[in-house]
Design a protein around this ligand. Sequence first.
Ligand SMILES: [Fe+2]
Ligand SMILES: [Fe+2]
Length: 170
Amino acid sequence: MLSKNVNSKLNEQIKHEAEASQIYLGMAVWSDIEALGGASEFFYAQSEEEREHMLKIVRFVSGVGGEAVIPSTSTPPAKYKSLKDALEKALMNEKNVTASINKLTSLALTEKDHASYNFLQWFVNEQLEEEQQIQSILTRFELIGEEGMAIHSIDKMMEEMASKSVEKPT
Ligand SMILES: [Fe+2]
Ligand SMILES: [Fe+2]
């Protein structure tokens, strides 16, 4: 059984994942408008993953007899200065989500809620992977710049990443 405190923090996390899904969806649409097909596929895939994260927590909370609250979400940004700008914001958002997962995991441990603690380990690993993935694209920007064919090459790189993430089991 979940404590009130852990239940409420899990509900906050449900909202963070829902917001993340919306933000990535906004990035996907922006990429479509900018004719960045690979980036768009990448952001659509990320958006779906975030929704899966949300569902994972909803199902966990319900499954252990808690009460999952389905959140409203705010309208995500529709405009970015560049693909690099979008990715920098994506990384910043992921870092915020990581901080929130870490706090939640520590709370579960403090409350000796080992079921939640164990459940959250998956998210700890997932956050690490997601941060590394976005960081690797930003590193490519540092290496090849943002001019001419550089954007095309990064767009291709993101397309490949998107196709891999679709194959990835959840
Ligand atoms: Fe997530
Ligand atoms: Fe994420």
